[in-house]
Design a protein around this ligand. Structure first.
Ligand SMILES: [Zn+2]
Ligand SMILES: [Zn+2]
Length: 357
């Protein structure tokens, strides 16, 4: 009997102890969750990464982002934030405790970047937000020259050190009577078009394509100048392809010019919208002396104006060598002309790459 009483008393004491502990824990938990981690500034612009990223290579690194105005509260790990621009990566906040004042947040960045360029992450923490940017290098340590970023209509631009691969849908970013009437870029058109001709609509319409232009990263003059093909012979800044001065094999463009729309271009029966002549929207937007795109041989195409006047001294291919805004060291480049051959003449100055579509 005595032993039983003692056991009972001990159990009772133990129960009280557990109850007391539970109460204390509850109080502590309530205190923690009632205060949210907050900061007053987050510095994505000066963020650092523990290693550099390369396209098509698996990447795991830690990004360190400085904050200020921390309130000394603990925070849990975040959910994965997917990258935009260069896709294939995620950034995930690692759990930690804010310092009182300034400190650093750590994000685990991982995945396989699909292209070179900039991977952006929309970071939001403690009442502040900013964009974390990671530079993804091209394979082989070759960085894509910045001039190619002017091809703003491309869906991707990459380089392997030998070729620049430019993908685009070929959809114009300007109004056309050849868009479906339901498209926001549809605009009626009639009257006078390119060369003073009276516009006459052809039966074709615009549709998205899957162009892949592969052009030399370091173009060089060819000993034999290959003819330009019918179909795409280059790509313009908005991703619309350049065509040569022919409507068909050795057929002049004359009969087709009447079907050039308000952008001085038209679609073919396969719904490929294309520029045979000056891309009016691009020269208006960028300037008549600006870079307009590249031909398949990798040499750049410029508008008709140079140093305030119509470009002079052009060869049979509509080009010449000289300094341009994008190539201060000088380069062979084409100029668009008002008369045939408009964009390019009797062949490529360099050795052309390829285009698939
Ligand atoms: Zn055409
Ligand atoms: Zn020039």
């Amino acid at each position: 009997m005595r032993t039983t009483h003692l056991k009972f008393a001990m159990m009772l004491a133990a129960l009280f102890t557990i109850a007391a502990c539970s109460k204390k824990d509850d109080t502590a938990t309530t205190t923690t969750t009632s205060t949210t981690a907050t900061i007053t500034a987050l510095a994505c612009g000066s963020a650092s990464f523990s290693s550099s990223a390369t396209m098509n290579s698996a990447y795991i690194a830690t990004a360190t982002i400085a904050y200020s105005g921390g309130n000394a509260v603990a925070y849990a790990a975040g959910t994965a934030i997917s990258s935009t621009g260069v896709t294939g990566l995620t950034a995930t906040l690692q759990a930690g405790t804010l310092l009182s004042g300034t400190g650093n947040l750590s994000y685990s960045v991982q995945g396989t970047p699909t292209t070179s360029g900039t991977a952006s992450f929309a970071i939001s923490f403690g009442g502040q937000s900013c964009t974390l940017a990671l530079t993804v290098n091209a394979a082989g340590g070759v960085t894509l020259p910045s001039v190619y970023s002017k091809i703003y209509g491309a869906t991707s631009i990459t380089t392997d050190g030998t070729w620049v691969t430019i993908k685009s849908t070929g959809l114009p970013d300007h109004k056309s009577v050849y868009y479906a009437t339901t498209n926001p870029l549809y605009e009626a058109f009639s009257g006078t078009t390119y060369g003073g001709n009276t516009f006459s609509k052809n039966p074709n319409s615009i549709a998205a394509q899957t162009y892949t232009f592969k052009i030399p990263l370091n173009p060089v003059a060819a000993s034999t100048h290959a003819s330009t093909p019918l179909g795409p012979m280059g790509v313009s800044l908005n991703g619309v392809p350049f065509y040569n001065q022919y409507a068909g094999p050795s057929q002049p463009l004359t009969g087709e010019i009447v079907s050039f729309d308000q952008g001085w271009a038209h679609p073919d029966p396969g719904s490929h919208y294309h520029y045979h002549v000056e891309p009016k929207f691009l020269t208006a937007a960028k300037g008549s002396n600006a870079l307009m795109g590249f031909l398949l041989d990798g040499f750049p195409v410029y508008g008709p104006i140079e140093n305030g006047a119509t470009a002079t001294g052009l060869d049979a291919y509509n080009g010449h060598t000289g300094v341009t805004a994008d190539y201060p060291g000088g380069i062979y480049h084409y100029h668009i002309t008002a008369a045939a051959p408009y964009i390019n003449g009797n062949g490529f100055w360099g050795t052309p790459g390829t285009v698939t579509y």
